[in-house]
Design a binder for this molecule. Structure first.
Ligand code: AMP
Ligand code: MG
Length: 478
């Protein structure tokens, strides 16, 4: 199917007008396609060569309307770095409508009712990052919004210096955030809160409709989904950077990619966001912050569910999180059976990685080919003793396993990615894109969608960061 054949609906506009602002996108000048994800296009049943669809650039730039589309921005509130802001909303995102269970949204498409002091724009730099990271997160098997296309333009946008404006066409089964509930809780509009909860159940949790205690069950599912996503982030070494409640999707998927980073060397207290002076959103704080955010959501929902019962559900967050995290880490370490001392082995591994220091992603990929010969693993590090000692314990532990080395290696290669989006390489891709060379974006898109495959041709995309670019902090400006 072609884009021209899509028929959108706008169920969100059936809600009261307080929920949104109908607004038209403001097009960019001289728009051009930078990249399109065939894989994401399939979600809309758009098959074939999406990059050559005659409508694509115009749809992303907002100069051509898809059938059935009415454009609008959504309101929401949010706790930003722990402080409540009662009115945020889509300040630079404009929704097109919904098809095939996916809500289409343009990011960077101009001013809305909720733009506050912003200009409604997104620059090429941050748009390349969001586009690739959405697809990479999906490639890693982690729930996320997707990115169908990225366009650049000739429009100047003022940041620290002049940059060019860009737009990403994003897709998600929901764009409702914890902060959407917080908006109506703060304004005391409890009837609207219930309307929103009913909408969320229809959109994201239809199996709960008309059940007894359905709002509490909805909340329980949000807690479980959030725990699962965070466990997966921690397992791949992903630091989101801005876990404000307005950036927390109501169905637990990852959204709103800003100053994110994957750990280069393993460093548990790493903070990727340059403006996060206190390290509130550090890598190791992510599970705790998710729980805090869920507590704020429970408070917002308290007019329509029992806060006591919701609090008990939140107490289970740690168990949901730890169960899932440990399951993944067992797989990453290639351990099939479980014994009491495994937790020690696991903690010692992270301590050894941190002490050494070691490229987190490469370590697991090389461990996935381990057959007792330590040469490749030890080549990763300068200071070898901590890893040597850990490998002594690991060798002992492996003797208890019943799997063959081949079986274990095969399983591990399927869970330990070869490719993640390293910031220093993303930076290189952005610099090339700024001068009209999109080849690195194409290469990156290819490998991140199937990051467990070898893709030998693209080995340059596994290069560790140079020492002066390791675990750097990123600016929030986007
Ligand atoms: P973020 O940090 O990107 O999640 O954005 C936080 C809030 O600021 C959201 O309400 C955004 O819509 C809004 N915002 C961020 N950048 C801009 C911009 N350039 N123009 C208008 N609103 C923006
Ligand atoms: Mg946001």
């Amino acid at each position: 199917m072609k884009l021209s054949k899509l028929k959108l609906t706008t169920p969100y506009l059936d809600l009261d007008e307080l929920f949104y602002d109908k607004v038209e996108p403001t097009p960019l000048e001289k728009p051009f396609l930078i990249s399109a994800s065939k894989d994401a296009a399939r979600l809309l049943d758009v098959k074939g060569d999406i990059a050559h669809d005659e409508w694509l650039v115009d749809v992303v730039n907002g100069t051509r309307k898809l059938d059935g589309s009415t454009t609008f921005a959504m309101c929401y509130a949010g706790y930003q770095f722990g402080y409540f802001v009662p009115r945020l909303g889509d300040g630079r995102a404009i929704n097109l409508g919904k098809v095939n269970g996916q809500n289409l949204q343009l990011k960077g498409s101009g001013l809305t009712e909720y733009s506050r002091q912003g200009d409604g724009r997104a620059v090429l730099r941050s748009s390349v990052r969001e586009y690739l990271m959405s697809e990479a997160m999906h490639g890693l098997g982690i729930e996320t919004s997707r990115a169908l296309a990225l366009i650049g333009s000739d429009t100047d946008v003022a940041r620290q210096s002049w940059e060019k404006g860009a737009i990403v066409l994003r897709l998600s089964p929901t764009w409702i955030r914890f902060g959407t509930f917080e908006y109506f809780a703060a304004s005391g509009e409890h009837q609207k809160l219930q309307q929103l909860a009913d909408y969320v159940i229809d959109e994201s949790f239809p199996e709960l409709k008309d059940e007894t205690d359905m709002y509490l069950k909805m909340f329980t599912q949000i807690v479980k989904n959030t725990a699962s996503t965070i466990a997966r982030w921690q397992s791949v070494g992903f630091n989101h950077g801005v876990m404000n409640t307005d950036n927390m999707s109501i169905d637990g998927r990852t959204i709103d990619y800003g100053p994110f980073a994957f750990l280069d060397d393993y460093q548990s207290n790493y903070v990727c966001n340059h403006t996060d002076h206190e390290g509130r959103y550090s890598f190791r704080n992510q599970p705790g912050i998710a729980k805090w955010n869920l507590e704020q959501l429970a408070r917002a929902l308290s007019p329509i569910l029992s806060l006591d019962k919701a609090t008990k559900v939140i107490e289970e967050f740690v168990n949901y999180y730890e169960d899932e995290y440990l399951d993944i880490m067992y797989d990453k370490m290639g351990l099939h059976i479980r014994i009491d001392t495994d937790l020690d082995l696991f903690v010692e591994m992270l301590e050894a990685l941190e002490a050494t220091p070691t490229d987190y992603t490469k370590f697991f990929r090389i461990l996935s080919k381990y057959d007792g010969n330590r040469t490749d693993i030890l080549e990763l590090v300068v200071f070898k003793k901590p890893l040597q000692e850990w490998l002594d314990s690991y060798d002992e532990r492996l003797k208890l396993e019943t799997q063959s080395v081949d079986e274990r290696n095969k399983m591990m290669l399927g869970v330990n990615p070869k490719f993640i989006l390293k910031n220093h390489l993303l930076q290189e891709a952005i610099e090339k894109a700024n001068i009209g060379d999109f080849s690195m974006i194409d290469d990156m898109l290819k490998v991140v969608l199937t990051p467990f495959d070898e893709h030998h041709k693209f080995n340059y995309l596994t290069a560790s960061a140079p020492d002066n670019a390791k675990n750097i902090k990123l600016s929030c400006s986007s």
